[in-house]
Design a protein around this ligand. Structure first.
Ligand code: T5A
Length: 210
């Protein structure tokens, strides 16, 4: 049986530029002979994408409450891990996910104010101890990220919140990264796209020694 592949996640606040860098991460592994599968959260499978639509589409008649938001994130994650991520890793492939569990710690934990112990209990139910091999956290000031999102145009339900919410999220990401330096590599994402891509390649080279 093939050795387990790598599970890499990209994380950060709104407009941090992580989605733009997914192909760079994929190319890094393909050049080294790996088969690569890219996915995203919330979503990534047919049913998890249906949960994503509930999470990100604002309903005109009913607000999604914070606890429902949290539970749906974990419902989508459990589905993605069991049906897509684990099977591909077992075949020796590299799986790259645009967002994963650290987003829940930052958005639902720091952002919405749900205690991290409650989040940890749900994580245990949904995915147990399953975790990425490496997380790249794209660090841009909140104002820079918001300006990029405004330049792009549309905002989904979660992106419509105010700047204080995004400031709490920023600190949620950074606090976690600083207390888990082996698991999370912080990438300075304030430069242009080519500069950030170079930092991504450098970080993967240093961290994974492939
Ligand atoms: N969420 C998700 C939770 O609340 N809890 C969870 O557990 C999870 C998993 C997902 C939403 O769900 C929330 C977080 C989110 O609010 P989404 O539509 O998938 O929503 O949105 P995002 O994950 O935020 O991803 P985006 O693709 O919209 O934004 P990115 O990845 O931050 O940025 P990107 O690469 O698309 O770039 C944004 C813009 O900036 C430009 C790009 O061209 C683009 O226009 N850009 C740059 N500009 C200048 N310099 C650079 N270096 C740039 N890099 C990119």
């Amino acid at each position: 049986m093939a050795e387990r592949g790598f599970f890499i996640t990209l994380e950060g606040g709104e407009g941090c530029g992580k989605t733009t860098q997914v192909p760079v991460v994929a190319e890094f592994f393909r050049k080294r002979g790996f088969e690569v599968v890219c996915t995203r959260e919330p979503g990534g499978t047919k049913l998890a994408e249906q949960i994503r639509a509930v999470l990100l589409t604002k309903d005109p008649d009913e607000d999604l409450c914070d606890k429902s938001e949290l539970l749906l994130m974990y419902a989508a994650r459990a589905q993605l891990v069991e049906t897509l991520i684990k099977p591909h890793l077992a075949q020796g492939k590299v799986v790259i996910s645009d967002r994963f569990d650290l987003s829940t710690i930052a958005y639902q934990g720091a952002g919405r104010g749900i205690p991290l112990a409650e989040i940890a209990a749900l994580r245990q139910v949904a995915i147990g101890d399953f975790a990425p091999d490496l997380t790249l956290l794209f660090d841009v000031p909140v104002a820079t990220g918001m300006a990029r999102m405004r330049a792009r145009g549309h905002a989904d339900r979660i992106e419509q919140a105010g700047p204080e919410f995004f400031a709490r999220i920023y600190h949620g990401f950074m606090d976690y990264a600083q207390s888990h330096p082996e698991q999370v590599a912080i990438i300075d994402a304030t430069g242009d796209i080519a500069q950030v891509s170079a930092l991504v390649e450098q970080t993967l080279t240093q961290r994974l020694k492939l």
